[in-house]
Design a protein around this ligand. Structure first.
Ligand SMILES: O=C(CO)[C@H](O)[C@H](O)COP(=O)(O)O
Ligand SMILES: [Fe+2]
Length: 216
């Protein structure tokens, strides 16, 4: 069962509530929220206030992707705002295990994220502690970038690491996912597909989601 997680980064922020509802009605499984700090990545986007604002709008799980330095400082505010999943980058936290434990202690599902150039070995020792592994298929910072195919073997590597645990752990991919790239990432082992521009730049979001699902 492949899940679709539209990224609200490409939504119309002047009517964010409607934009969230539109993809929920269109068949989305998660709402992906991209949090950027202008330090870890060269862009500034959404804070916990926005998570708080969209929480009552949707029943779907809020999948919060933290692209920020010192995530431990901000994890409690995202948990309080109603995040269901909070993912931290291995490249952005000096004490990865501590960040994951903090997320879990706050009653939120922890996820771990790796950039395209970061090896899978960096998450080997926390795999039992997370509910989700997110592989970036673009360099984080912006929506609408081109998919990086060299990540494909890493997806397979993560899938086999996950299978060895015997646990249900999502393998999510993020960046450049569209009807042309979705099949490759699913064949490689992904089961959650983040898509921003491929869904929100389309006038009919249900159709855009169906196009991705239909391509698999
Ligand atoms: O984390 C992200 C960027 O850092 C976004 O989730 C990602 O870029 C989604 O946008 P698109 O589908 O347009 O590539
Ligand atoms: Fe993201």
């Amino acid at each position: 069962m492949v899940k679709i997680a539209p990224s609200i980064l490409s939504a119309d922020f002047s009517k964010l509530g409607e934009e969230v509802l539109d993809v929920e009605k269109g068949g989305a499984d998660y709402i992906h929220v991209d949090v950027m700090d202008g330090h870890f990545v060269p862009n500034i986007t959404i804070g916990s206030l926005v998570v708080d604002a969209i929480r009552p709008v949707t029943k779907l799980p809020l999948d919060v992707h933290l692209m920020i330095e010192n995530p431990d400082q901000y994890i409690p505010s995202f948990a309080k705002a109603g995040a269901d999943i909070i993912s931290v980058h291995v490249e952005a936290t000096p004490h990865l295990h501590r960040s994951i434990q903090l997320i879990r202690e706050l009653g939120v599902k922890p996820g771990v994220v790796i950039n395209p150039a970061t090896p899978v070995s960096t998450i080997q020792h926390v795999i039992e502690d997370v509910e989700l592994v997110l592989l970036m298929t673009v360099n984080p910072g912006f929506g609408g970038q081109a998919f990086i195919p060299s990540v494909l073997p890493k997806i397979t590597e993560v899938r086999s690491l996950v299978n060895q645990t015997g646990k249900t752990i999502d393998v999510e991919v993020d960046g450049g996912i569209n009807p042309d790239t979705a099949k490759q990432v699913v064949e490689a082992g992904a089961n959650v597909l983040v898509a921003g521009s491929a869904i929100y730049n389309s006038r009919n979001r249900q159709n855009a989601i169906d196009m991705i699902k239909g391509s698999l």
